[in-house]
Design a protein around this ligand. Sequence first.
Ligand code: IVH
Length: 586
Amino acid sequence: MYSLDNTYSYDDLVQWYEKIIKNYSLDIKPKLVCELKIDGLAISLTYKNSVFTTGVTRGDGFVGEDITQNLKTIKTIPDKIVSDIQELEVRGEIFMPKTSFEKLNQKQLENGGKLFANPRNAASGSLRQLDANITAQRDLAMFSYYGRLDSKEYDIKSHSQMLDFLKKEGFNVNPNYKVCSNIEEAVEYCKYWDKERQNLDYATDGVVIKIDSFDLQSEIGYTSRAPKWATAFKFPPEEVSTIVKNIEVNVGRSGAVTPVAVLEPVYVSGSTVQRATLHNFDEVKRLGINIGDRVLIKKAAEIIPKVICVTEHSTGTPVPFVAPETCPSCGTKLVPVEGEVNLYCPNHLGCPEQVKARLEYWVSKDCMDIDGLGDNIVAQLVDKKLVETPADLYKLSTNDFMQLDLIAEKSAQNLYNVIQNSKHPTLARFINALGIRHVGKETSELLAQKFGTFENLKHSTFEQILEIDGIGDKIALSILDFFSNSFNNEVLNKLEMYGVVPQEMSQTDTTTLFSGMTFVITGTLSDTRDKFEKIIKQNGGKTSSSVSKKTSYVLAGENPGSKYTKAEALGVKIINETQFNAMLEK
Ligand code: IVH
């Protein structure tokens, strides 16, 4: 199953079309079919003698997973097609409607289950169930956009005829496709759906533009990964309108004080958003936001939502936001820090919000990974003065947890167990958990690789730290500063006393297979990106987030993005997961 080339620019679309006209000396402008690009999971269905026999995921394009039993529970996949056909393959996208996704998450919340980040993840999780009965309870649907049948009987000559055929045979074809006579009409289609997509009950991240005629498609052909007769226009990050209900002030773990807009909940780029950052107090002034105003928001880099602008001031008397002079958590006078726009609360040890934020960070996934100890529990532990520093977590008893609201004996026992079981994290995660300024996940991994044990890091010198490729003065000074602080040393001693000891980097766990090599990962692989990064690092390699001439390999999964195109342009070697595994086996 192929992937698609994509672009964010209308100019590129026009060029793609004009190049086809020129290269194939076409006298008549070729017809196009525009379809919404559904943000779901690609699958392929096989019908033998008119009966649905096998359904597989896209996988790496060559080998997918057989999920026939689960697909059989989806109503928009017919068990049997209308006509008598020996063999038919149909491809399309499985998705979960946005409203069903919201309902599923509500149900998960009530039953204490895992929440899904967006409808795509919910669809994927629902399809990958071992028990098809669970899939059957989830509201999944399929839009079909491709058919292949060997029989000449039907004489289907174009993509639009194929879509008509699929509809007649009982498949669900997205009704919003349009046959366009030229690229200008296709551009209009993209512009229309960029605005209108908010009102659809399924997620779409772009438009797929396909040459209609099958003859012309065959003439134009394919690259190794994508058809040259089709291209995808990706929508710019979605901008959605909502109301600012309040402006709160957030105190981060480093003491940085930032304004946050509390919003009327709204669905944007794949999830419901209730809060958006306003960055700093100058930004609130610049945007001219008052409480009650209508604003546009978007997800910056598709992750953290931000407020872009005010579109309509509230009709009532404006409630302006006044930046605080003192910390909203502990009342300490806020101070500016040279070279930074934020104000800071200097009460690092005593400010409850900072203490809570540091503990939330400590327990998070990339740090000590203490599953179950949510923000609410952390807040109660701090408010009840049971915990002040991460070390205090390890002396808590089951009884201590039972003093908290809504915690019964069984959950208290669970919390006690997860904390006790978290005492030996990897060295990198332990370093990350300490929250040393300017030291995040990547740097922690570099430090762990270099020093091997926590003792070595603790006693490292400025020069030794600087020997690490990718670490400069600012980070090195911050590390030395952290270890020379007496309070930090007190917490570290207590941690050790309670038996919190990170694993040492074992020499036997690592190889030099990838030493000197840099990998860039793009697209969806069979497991998390973290997992692949770990394998690369364990084998002596490095990972980077951007492709350059120095990149040794781009490891590309499903739906790779612009990194793939850049790698092609620079002539960087691109490998898929199967090839990567083969390298490891060597
Ligand atoms: S056509 C040979 N049409 O987009 C043509 N793909 O980025 C290949 N997708 O893996 C696909 N909606 O999962 C096509 N209307 C649509 C689509 C669509 C969503 C997905 C598909 C593919 C990915 C490529």
